[in-house]
Structure formats: structure tokens, C-alpha cells
Design a binder for this molecule. Structure first.
Ligand code: ADP
Ligand code: MG
Length: 681
């Protein structure tokens, strides 16, 4: 759709007031070159200017975080200087009482705010006694906005304040939003009671009413869903165009592959193996997601696919998100592959340059059939002679971008993505709408039960359970997440001295406990991989029975003798992550225990885990507690991604987008343009 604004559409940012060459350069570095680019810098929220309340009432709101506004006369002021720093204090009085406002490092305010002057203050109260810190100030000359005034709050960007960015966005919206082409048929928008994109962009940055702003948010949520749907569509087309190796999946080869394992497949494994074999037989590249709860036996399925593909003369890349897991797969599967006459290798960042060159050469000349490793398997310098299949274990640990990279580089290869995080159906559709799915809904027989308990006070009880299990030659994990690994308010905890002990400290402590008698070892992500592997091997073999670890062991580690998992600082981890960790135990026949030591703040999560071990139920609950998160992915990087994310929460919009893309070719094509550009390296 062309409009008569057409020529205006490429106005440089410098036409806006307040934007000189320096600011223009900063904004350009943040990806904003033209006025219309500002339209997509979305506000975090809408502020509504409050009406003034008596000071006494304002004081009561302290610590609730509510923004309040008071009006009165300045009783007195004072300025304290500490070298280059300063605090300027203002005491304001109204008929009901007094309140203090503190301003850091703004000594010049001393000249602007003087005793006897009438002012308004607006902000949240904190501290004790409660006061304002850096509130907005309204004076006779520069009053605060009228009560009810709407201000979209924008994120700071490229070193420019949110206020300034907001002003630019507002100007841009008033000048440009109307010219925004509308890809969605107007009849559809009408029916959905959603504004046009142009109207929505204007109302996001310069709304007349809060309702308009809300409607604009929803419209933009739809925008995001449409982009997502288009991306999935383009991926599907891409996959259909690719040509992969049509593998030999004759009955004889399948039987050979299945009997390579020391156990009989479960019914679920047999069914999924059949689905995969059918895919591999075709030249159209497989794009299959295998979902199976922790411990359901996904590795064997990945290996089964590898046996078929490599047995047909293709090469297989077997990816894991951590080196630890890649190593484990390599060690566990190489002998089995060797018995089938296939050569396996391992590629990791920690190989010596020489060893690495050797593996690369063997991949390039085709003498290696299967290679295990991390996403380094898809770095630029890795060349495959005839890549036929990529197996990606714990694929949810790879970012959306990495998944895209994989598909782009392996257009002509089959791909099997495996995930232990059960994904609610809607979410699966959203994320993985371009994939076929298989489910392992059954665990291998003979697994002991896992009981989960949130441990509050008594750690001695924990230690006696541990001692008893260690004495019985079982294995124990003691997990201590590192600061910054979880999602909690870790900084606040550091500040209040409640910081959980680091893994090192915990290790030292257990070495002084009776558990030391049975061996206590430490692994974390920052130690040399070879050393880590050695320690893990000693643990596996039972020479060492307690393993203190950071969450490096979260995914995939398979030691069937492990029966106790202690997670310390568990409040820092999300539901899905805790469930994954719990999957480290309950892999053998004996009863297992998962003990969560964590703060009250995560009570709800702990209770879910105590109640159920069903990964699907946990995933649903996770979705409910956290929202859809960064659904749709990596696109909106930058300062405003935070506020933007929650906009994707609306599942209803997701379904609308799905229908629009299916029913209107022009809608799909419009959004696919962006998706194609994005997918082309
Ligand atoms: P996950 O699905 O979590 O990746 P794994 O593939 O690590 O699970 O399998 C968990 C454990 O179950 C491993 O020790 C594996 O050898 C074993 N296992 C897998 N399939 C079977 C089966 N059909 N019968 C018995 N044990 C099995
Ligand atoms: Mg696994």
C-alpha cells in the first residue's frame, strides 16, 4: 500500500527537535536511522498522573511502591556534600503533616527550591522514615501534568533517557504513524475490535485514553504473533525445498539398529522409532521434535536415528547443550556405534588445536560417521562431507537463533530435536509450529519412585539421610546454583547477607562432614572439561559418592545409581529447571529423594514439585506462573524487550494470528518478507 506520505517515510532522525549529529549517531548505533524506526521502540507501560493526596495519606502508602502526589509548602531545605556527591533534602508541609524528599547529586536544586515556595512532589515513598527519593517536582512555572494525564514510559536507549526517547517516539508517532501500511484486512480488525497498525502505533506513543493504549498493546501483540507465524511458515517452505539423504530403513536395518541396545525398546520408543524411520526414508528433510520427560529414554532414540542415517552412508552430528553431556553421549554411544562398524568422534572447544584439526579433517573427508559435540559442531570451519542428520539433545537449551542457524546450515539434512521439557500444546504450536512432533509418554520399566520435599529447618535430618544412602553405595548430588544463574532477586540476597553458599564452600563443608568418608567431589562449569570428566567418572564408578555441583549437571547426566538430589538456594531456579534437575535421580530401581532447600518466596513452585512428578503438569503450571516468556524469540533484542515480552502473553491472539496467516495469503506474504530477510544469513 503506497500512501502520499511515501516520500516522508525515509526522513532521517535529525529532523526531530533535540537530535543533533551526536545523538543521531548514538541512535543509529542502536539500529534507529529513520523517524519511522522510532515507532517500534515500544513503551514499557502507561503512567497516569495521579491527583494530589494529603501527606498523611501518602505516608501510609510507603513501601507499597504506589506513586503518589502531594502538594504543599517547602518548610526547609538542606544540602549535604560528600566530595563530589551530595544529597539535597526538602521538607514539605501540608495541612496533614510533613514529608521529606531527597535528591542525590543535584546540588543546583538548592537555587530552584526554597523555603516558603509552593510545590508538588510525585513519586513512590520508601525508606524509614518514609520519604521520596528523586521525585518529580512541580512548581508554579513548571507544573506537573494535570491529574489523569497519560504518559507512555519508554525505556532508556543508547544512553538517552527514557523521557527523551519517549518524546522522540511521540513526535515520530504523530508525524508518521498514519502512513503505516495495514497488512491485515480491515474487516478482520473490525471483528476483533482491534485498531489498525497505524492507529495502534500512534496510541502507543501518544494515547488519548488508557483504553486506546490497551487496545494498541493488543494490536501490537497480534503483530508479534503474525511475525512469528510467518517465520514458521517460511521455515516450513525452506524445509520442503531441501533435499536430504533418503535412508535405508528396511526392516532388517531397523531391527539391527534396535538390537544394538542392551535393552528392549519400550512401546513408546518403538512407536517413535517407527515415526522417525518413516521420515528418514524420504528425501524431504525431517524436522521432528521429540518430547519426552526426563528419563524416558530419548538418547536411545537419537542413537537409533544415528544408526539408520550413518548406516545409509550419511554423517551424523549429535549436539548437546553442554560439553559434559556431549562427552557423556560420546562415551556411552561410541562403543555401540563401533559394533555397527561406525566411527564416532568428539569435537569440543577444549580439544587441542591438533586434535581439533584431526576431527575436522575426518569430517571433511568422510572418515568419521558420527560426531558428538556442542553447538560448535555448526561453526563455520566445520565442514561435513555428507551431513545427513543432526540430532539435537535438550534442544530447548539452544536459543531460537541457534536453532535457526542449525536449520539454515543443515537445510539438506534431517533434524531430530529432542526436549525433556514437556511443552504445553499451545506453546509447542507457537514455538515449534514448523515441526512434526513425537512423544515418549512412557518410562522404561523398573524405576523407583522419587519423593520430593521442601526442607525448611532441619538440615541435620538431611545429612543423616545422605549419610545412610552414601553408606549404601548410592550416589548423591548436592546442587548449589551460582549467583546470577537463577531468576530470583539474588542481588537483594547478597545485600542482606543471605547469599547461598557457593558450590566451593559447600564442598569444603561436606568434606568436613561424615559424608567425606565416602568421598565428596566438586564439579562446575568453569573447571577444565577433562578434569570435570575425570571427577564425574569417579562419581559414576562409585569411588566418590557425593557430587557437589552447580547446575552444569542440570541436563542429561545419567547415573542410574544416584538416589538423592539436594538443591540448595532452590528459590533461584524455575520450575522447569528444578524438574530437570530432579530428573537426575529416579533412574534406577531404588527409591529416590529430591530435597529442596529454598526460601519462602518460591513456596508455590516447591509445592507443585512436591505434588507431582508429571513433567507435563509442571510445564503447564510453569506457563501459568511465568507467562509465555519470550515467546517468538530472539527478534526484539534491546532495551525494550523486557516490557515487550509480556505483550506476547495472550494466547487468544496467538490463535488469531494462526488463522489470519492461514486464511489470508497477503497477510502471510507481508510478514514473511521480514522473516525471509531474517533467515538469510
Ligand atoms: P532422557 O530421556 O532423560 O534423555 P536417557 O536417554 O538418559 O533419558 O535414559 C535414561 C536411562 O534409561 C538411561 O540409563 C538409559 O540407558 C535407560 N533406558 C533407556 N531406554 C530404556 C529401555 N527401553 N529399557 C531400559 N532402560 C532404558
Ligand atoms: Mg537426555
Amino acid at each position: 500500500m503506497e500512501t502520499n506520505h511515501g516520500t516522508d517515510r525515509s526522513r532521517p532522525l535529525r529532523v526531530l527537535p533535540g537530535v543533533g549529529p551526536a545523538r543521531a549517531a548514538k541512535l543509529a548505533a542502536a539500529g534507529l536511522a529513520e523517524v519511522r524506526d522510532l515507532l517500534r521502540v515500544l513503551p514499557l507501560r502507561l503512567d497516569v498522573a495521579p491527583a494530589a493526596v494529603p501527606v498523611l495519606e501518602a505516608l501510609r502508602s510507603a513501601r507499597s511502591g504506589t506513586v503518589v502526589r502531594v502538594a504543599g509548602a517547602i518548610e526547609r531545605t538542606s544540602l549535604a556534600r560528600f566530595g563530589r556527591r551530595s544529597i539535597f533534602r526538602v521538607r514539605l508541609r501540608d495541612a496533614s503533616g510533613t514529608v521529606e524528599a531527597r535528591f542525590h547529586n543535584q546540588p543546583w536544586l538548592q537555587r530552584q527550591l526554597v523555603a516558603g515556595q509552593s510545590v508538588e512532589l510525585c513519586g513512590a515513598l520508601d525508606g524509614s522514615p518514609p520519604g521520596f527519593t528523586g521525585p518529580r517536582v512541580g512548581t508554579m512555572d513548571r507544573p506537573l501534568p494535570e491529574p489523569g494525564t497519560l504518559t507512555p514510559v519508554h525505556p532508556p536507549l543508547a544512553g538517552l533517557s527514557g523521557d527523551f526517547v519517549g518524546g522522540l517516539c511521540r513526535a515520530a508517532a504523530l508525524a508518521e504513524a498514519d502512513a503505516e501500511p495495514e497488512p491485515v484486512p480491515l474487516g478482520e480488525l473490525d471483528r476483533l475490535a482491534l485498531p489498525t497498525l497505524g492507529r495502534a502505533l500512534r496510541d502507543l506513543h501518544a494515547p488519548s485514553t488508557a483504553l486506546d493504549f490497551e487496545a494498541a498493546r493488543r494490536r501490537f501483540g497480534l503483530e508479534r504473533m503474525l511475525e512469528l507465524q510467518a517465520r514458521l511458515h517460511v521455515r516450513r517452505l525452506r524445509a520442503a525445498e531441501g533435499r536430504a539423504l533418503a535412508c535405508d530403513v528396511s526392516e532388517a536395518s531397523q531391527v539391527r539398529a534396535r538390537t544394538a541396545f542392551p535393552f528392549a525398546f519400550t512401546a513408546a520408543q518403538a512407536r517413535v522409532a517407527g515415526e522417525i524411520a518413516a521420515d528418514l526414508a524420504r528425501a524431504r528433510p525431517m524436522r521432528r521434535l521429540l518430547q519426552g520427560d526426563v528419563g524416558s529414554g530419548k538418547t536411545a532414540i537419537g542413537a537409533f536415528a544415528a544408526l539408520l542415517a550413518a548406516g545409509s552412508g550419511g554423517q551424523v552430528a549429535f549436539l548437546a547443550p553442554t560439553e559434559l553431556l556431549a562427552e557423556q553421549h560420546h562415551m556411552g554411544l561410541a562403543p555401540l556405534l563401533a559394533r555397527a562398524g561406525l566411527r564416532a568422534g568428539f569435537l569440543s572447544g577444549s580439544l587441542t588445536a591438533r586434535a581439533r584439526r584431526g576431527v575436522l579433517a575426518a569430517l571433511a573427508d568422510g572418515s568419521l560417521d558420527v560426531v558428538f559435540g556442542t553447538h560448535a559442531l555448526f561453526s563455520r570451519d566445520v565442514v561435513y562431507r555428507r551431513l545427513a542428520l543432526a540430532v539435537v539433545d535438550e534442544q530447548h537449551r539452544f536459543g531460537v537463533a541457534q536453532r535457526g542457524e542449525l536449520f539454515d546450515k543443515g537445510v539438506d539434512a534431517h533434524a531430530l530435536l529432542m526436549s525433556a521439557t514437556p511443552i504445553p500444546r499451545t506453546l509447542a504450536l507457537a514455538w515449534y509450529g514448523d515441526l512434526d512432533t513425537s512423544h515418549l509418554d512412557e518410562k522404561p520399566p523398573g524405576r523407583g519412585p522419587v519423593s520430593t520435599r521442601w526442607v525448611r529447618g532441619d538440615r541435620e535430618e538431611v545429612e543423616s539421610l545422605l549419610l545412610e544412602r552414601a553408606a549404601a553405595v548410592e550416589r548423591l548430588y548436592w546442587v548449589v546454583p551460582r549467583i546470577g544463574e537463577g531468576d530470583g532477586d539474588t542481588l537483594a540476597e547478597v545485600g542482606s547477607g543471605k547469599r547461598a553458599e557457593s558450590a566451593e564452600e559447600r564442598h569444603a563443608r561436606l568434606l568436613r562432614s561424615p559424608l567425606a568418608e565416602h568421598g565428596v567431589e566438586l564439579v562446575h562449569g568453569r573447571m577444565p572439561p577433562a578434569e570435570r570428566a575425570r571427577r564425574l567418572a569417579r562419581f559414576r564408578a562409585g569411588e566418590v559418592r557425593t557430587l557437589v555441583a552447580t547446575t552444569v549437571i542440570e541436563v542429561g547426566v545419567d547415573v542410574p545409581e544416584a538416589t538423592v538430589l539436594v538443591v540448595e538456594g532452590a528459590e533461584r531456579l524455575g520450575l522447569a529447571q528444578l524438574h530437570q534437575l530432579r530428573g537426575r535421580v529416579g533412574r534406577g530401581m531404588r527409591a529416590s529423594y529430591c530435597l529442596l532447600i529454598g526460601a519462602d518466596s518460591a513456596r508455590r513452585r516447591f509445592q507443585v514439585l512436591e505434588r507431582t512428578t508429571d513433567g507435563f503438569e509442571i510445564a503447564e503450571e510453569d506457563l501459568r506462573q511465568r507467562g509465555m516468556g519470550d515467546l517468538g524469540g530472539s527478534r526484539q533484542a534491546g532495551a525494550n524487550s523486557e516490557g515487550f515480552d509480556e505483550w506476547g502473553d495472550d494466547l487468544a491472539l496467538f490463535h488469531v494470528a494462526q488463522r489470519l496467516v492461514a486464511e489470508h495469503a497477503e497477510v502471510r506474504d507481508h510478514y514473511a518478507v521480514g522473516a525471509r530477510r531474517e533467515l538469510t544469513p
